[in-house]
Every structure is written in structure tokens, then in C-alpha cells.
Design a protein around this ligand. Structure first.
Ligand code: ES4
Ligand code: ZN
Length: 380
């Protein structure tokens, strides 16, 4: 077995290989080499993490836009970015809080204009997820970011959904799409977006709420979430990332969501922790994101292990991996190393990820059986 591979090597590799094909699409190439690079690590726990079957439940498709791909797509669309190079764009990734990140995220998202841009973006993410043994991914999209610029709803959904079909065929990965409302826009704009989404119902399993949390409490969106429920959508909301536990209560009681995205500030309210625990309401936690956006100073100070030990249904996810410097593998590794997770903790987190997903009970059981098989066959 080879030397230990550093994350930075893996990440550099993940970022660099987008090749343009005859049909004008960009694809990550050299997958075999990437897989070998992954497998070469002699760090036993990292191998275990890499191979453990898992679900990703909190990833924004716009947050998977690596600078190299952003520049390639900008070129293809004759657009310019306010940066000279991918390296220069990446140098701007130094965030003080959620808003400072969102400002850059919305600027880079502007390069996405045509169906094939959304296809390439989603395919690049799904390829990387597959290499990290993500068996099921629930992917957020922010339609308002694009429709506001005149990009038709069907262009966004068309590109992403075609990529999910091709990725399922090529890699066997299953996916669901969750459309988020931007909470710093009006409830009317959210309602309009929900109406547009009705035509594409078969592609969208759920509705979420994201963007700037502070000053934008969930209850403002009660009517639109009521309507989403009537239309048969499942619902989630970002809450308790920067916002107080009160916002988590509102997401649960006013919006009636079945999962909380982030939710790490629940720990400030024991009654809330008790509710999340007794009702097994999942939290989709994103550890590297939380450090990059300064919710915690370091991963060692992250409360994920505390939440897990309190018996909550905690999952580990990547959020905006291109911006925060880590896909799901790096997030699992970071918490394992900093918080001393053992294989049993990792098993629980992976199991939670399937349990908390929007798959059917039968599909969940099938994935969990595969996970159990991995555990029983895994040898140190
Ligand atoms: C987001 Cl980290 C985070 N929080 C809230 N909204 C978002 N949109 C994309 N990433
Ligand atoms: Zn998020």
C-alpha cells in the first residue's frame, strides 16, 4: 500500500481535470487515476471512510462550482468574471460569515446560463460524490438566483435532472432534488417560484429555505410552505446556522419541516434538543462549512460529537464544497480526526444519512443492508 495521500493532493486533482468534449460538454477525466489516488492512502481510517456507503443530504449545486469550471463555462458563454484567473478567484475565498460567502457565491453563479452549464456542474459533482462512495445524494438548487437573471426554470431543472439520470446510469448513484427559496427575498417571490416549480413536480421532491439567515426568520414563509405541503412536497429549512434556536422552533412549528439543515445552535436550548431527539428530526451538519463561516473557530470546537452523543440524528455533509475546500470525504475525515470519532460513530453517521433521506422505507433498508455488509466485511 502506498503513502498517505494528503487531502490537498486529492482536492487539487479533483479541481483540475475538466476536459472539453466534441459535444461541447466539460467532464472530469482521468477518473481511474483519481480512484487509484484515493485508494493509495495507507491511512486505515481514511480508507474506511472513503469506502463506507453514505448519503449526502446537504449540498448546494451552485456551491460545487469549482473556479476552474466557472472560468471554463464563462469562456464558453463569452462572459467575464470579476477575477483574472481561477487561482485569483480561489484567493478570494476568505470568509468572515455567511453573508461574505454568499456575496461571492452569487457572483460566480452568474456564469450558469444554459442547460449544458447546469448539466456539467451537476455531473462534475456527481462524479466526485461517486468516487467518495456517496450512494445517494439530495441536492439543493436555488432557482431564484438564476430566474432573476432571466434564465428559464426549465433550463436549470433540465440540465440538472439530465445529469442525475446519466449519473445514475453510469455510477448507480440515486438522487433527489430539493428547491430552496432565498429567504432574503420576499415571500411573494418564493410563492411565484413554487408556482413555476409545479410543472416540474416529478423532478423535485422537496422544498427548502436558504441564504442569509439573520433577520429572515422562517415564519415569514409559512404560507408558501403550507402550499408546498398541499402540493405534496417534503420540506426542509436551513435554521440555527447563524440564527438562534428560535428559528429552529419556527422551522419545525410554522413550516413543519421534516429535517433541519445545520441546526447546530439547537444545543443552546435543552427543550429543543429533547424535541429533536424524541421525534428523531435529523440535522444535516456541515462541519467544514461551519468553520469556514466562523460558527466555530476550529473543527476541534465543533459540537457534532456532542450532538451525536446526545442521541440526535446527526449527518455529515459538504454544503458548498468548492468554496469551503472539502467534499463529503474531507468532512468525514475532519470530524473523525479532530473529534476522535471511531468506526461505530462513523457507522451511526452513515446510517443516519440513509435514515434521514427522502428515500422510501424500502430503499432506505436496502442501502442500510449494504452498509451493514460493509461493516461486517471490513477488515482493519
Ligand atoms: C448556504 Cl452555508 C449556506 N447557508 C445558507 N444558505 C446557503 N446557500 C448556499 N450555501
Ligand atoms: Zn447549506
Amino acid at each position: 500500500m502506498g503513502k498517505e495521500i494528503l487531502w490537498s493532493e486529492i482536492l487539487t486533482f479533483k479541481r483540475s481535470r475538466y476536459q472539453e468534449f466534441d459535444n461541447g460538454l466539460f467532464r472530469l477525466t482521468n477518473l481511474k487515476n483519481l480512484q487509484v489516488l484515493f485508494m493509495k492512502t495507507n491511512n486505515e481510517l481514511k480508507q474506511f471512510i472513503l469506502g463506507i456507503p453514505k448519503a449526502e443530504l446537504h449540498v448546494h449545486i451552485e456551491g460545487t462550482l469549482e473556479p476552474e469550471l466557472a472560468f471554463a463555462i464563462a469562456d464558453r458563454n463569452n462572459l467575464s468574471l470579476p477575477f483574472n484567473s481561477p487561482e485569483q478567484l480561489r484567493k478570494a475565498y476568505n470568509f468572515n460569515n455567511l453573508q461574505s460567502f454568499l456575496n461571492l457565491y452569487y457572483v460566480a453563479s452568474r456564469v450558469l446560463q444554459r442547460e449544458k452549464d447546469f448539466y456539467d456542474l451537476a455531473m462534475a459533482y456527481l462524479t466526485k460524490a461517486h468516487l467518495e462512495t456517496v450512494r445517494h445524494a439530495e441536492i439543493f438548487l436555488d432557482p431564484q438566483t438564476h430566474t432573476q437573471r432571466g434564465v428559464p426554470f426549465e433550463t436549470i431543472i433540465g440540465g440538472i435532472s439530465k445529469a442525475t439520470i446519466d449519473a445514475e446510469k453510469e455510477f448507480g448513484i440515486s438522487t433527489k432534488l430539493i428547491m430552496c427559496f432565498l429567504r432574503d427575498l420576499s415571500a411573494e417571490s418564493a410563492m411565484e417560484t413554487l408556482t413555476q416549480a409545479l410543472t416540474f413536480k416529478e423532478w423535485i421532491i422537496g422544498i427548502g429555505l436558504d441564504s442569509s439567515e439573520l433577520g429572515n426568520p422562517p415564519e415569514r414563509f409559512k404560507n408558501v410552505f403550507d402550499r408546498a405541503h398541499q402540493e405534496g412536497f417534503l420540506t426542509v429549512a436551513h435554521a440555527g446556522e447563524e440564527g438562534p434556536p428560535e428559528y429552529i422552533w419556527q422551522a419545525l412549528e410554522a413550516l413543519k419541516v421534516s429535517r433541519i439543515d445545520h441546526g447546530v445552535r439547537c444545543i443552546e436550548d435543552p427543550e429543543l434538543v429533547e424535541k429533536l431527539k424524541s421525534e428523531r428530526i435529523p440535522l444535516t451538519v456541515c462541519p467544514i462549512s461551519n468553520v469556514k463561516l466562523r460558527l466555530f473557530n476550529t473543527i476541534r470546537e465543533h459540537n457534532l460529537k456532542k450532538l451525536l452523543d446526545l442521541g440526535l440524528c446527526v449527518t455529515v455533509n459538504s454544503d458548498d464544497p468548492a468554496y469551503f475546500g472539502g467534499y463529503i470525504f474531507e468532512n468525514y475525515v475532519a470530524v473523525t480526526e479532530a473529534l476522535g470519532l471511531d468506526k461505530n460513530d462513523l457507522y451511526l453517521v452513515a446510517r443516519n444519512s440513509f435514515e434521514a433521506s427522502f428515500l422510501t422505507q424500502e430503499e432506505k433498508e436496502r442501502y442500510i443492508a449494504k452498509l451493514d455488509k460493509y461493516m461486517s466485511e471490513y477488515r482493519d
